[in-house]
Design a protein around this ligand. Structure first.
Ligand code: AP5
Ligand code: ZN
Length: 215
């Protein structure tokens, strides 16, 4: 089963992807995580992405598509994958369709997490990420047992560079202009599943599980 997981910044894509990985054995492909890894390793994609990411802009389509294409080509996915944060533009969506034809896979579900903007700001400003393993927490909704320390690996927690007030504003604006139109694109194709993302994490996941029955 291959899934696209969509939603604005902070909607809970990473949080729900982790649950989908655990339940269905899928592989998470987060373009944000891939760019952050490339940045740490100073690869070609990292150097390009740094400038766009730190200010909350999208990385240009051609680099993003090239990175995803390479990743899909070089890896095998026993039980399928979750595309978390890709596609984010109509160009990326169309390109994904031709990559799917070329590599002979199908997308079985497109899940859109729906949530009001005010909630996103609270979620993003309270998020803490583990420097070591990438696990995410929230100071209010999912606090670590010890403040500033990751429950899973004991690593230090930090706030992402793109979580400043200014960067968050740009990310939300970018989402509205460039990514929101994808909802109409997939709705017209009759293939989107809208999930209420404004509920406790476990309830969001229950709704996702229900929507995937029989897929
Ligand atoms: P990316 O890393 O994809 O960031 P994002 O889409 O902005 O999403 P986030 O990771 O911020 O949020 P999320 O939806 O995963 O929420 P989470 O589960 O963490 O992208 C970063 C950058 O990379 C982009 O700005 C762009 O520059 C570049 N990029 C990436 N993909 C690209 C592409 N395709 N094209 C071009 N550029 C690209 O949850 C957030 C917080 O809320 C957490 O603290 C969590 O604990 C909490 N939370 C989650 N669910 C709930 C709930 N139900 N109730 C209460 N709290 C909750
Ligand atoms: Zn950790």
């Amino acid at each position: 089963m291959n899934i696209i997981l969509m939603g604005p910044p902070g909607a809970g894509k990473g949080t729900q992807a982790e649950r989908l990985v655990n339940k269905y054995g899928l592989t998470q492909i987060s373009t944000g995580d891939l760019f952050r890894k490339a940045l740490r390793e100073q690869t070609k994609f990292g150097v390009i992405a740094k400038y766009f990411m730190q200010f909350g802009h999208l990385v240009p389509d051609d680099y993003t598509i090239e990175m995803v294409r390479e990743y899909l080509k070089e890896n095998t996915f026993e039980n399928g994958f979750i595309l978390d944060g890709f596609p984010r533009t109509i160009v990326q969506a169309r390109e994904l369709e031709s990559i799917a034809k070329e590599f002979d896979f199908t997308i079985d579900a497109i899940i859109n997490l729906d949530i009001p903007v005010e909630k996103l700001i609270t979620r993003l400003s309270g998020r803490r990420t583990c420097k070591n393993c990438g696990a995410t927490f929230h100071v209010e909704f999912n606090p670590p047992k010890v403040e500033g320390i990751c429950d899973k690996c004991g690593g230090a927690l930090y706030q992402r560079e793109d979580e400043s007030e200014e960067a968050v504003k740009i990310r939300l604006d970018t989402y509205n202009k460039q990514t929101r139109p994808l909802i109409d694109y997939y709705t017209m194709k009759g293939s989107i599943i809208n999930i209420n993302g404004d509920q406790p994490m476990e309830d969001v996941f229950k709704d996702i599980e229900k929507s995937l029955e029989g897929k």
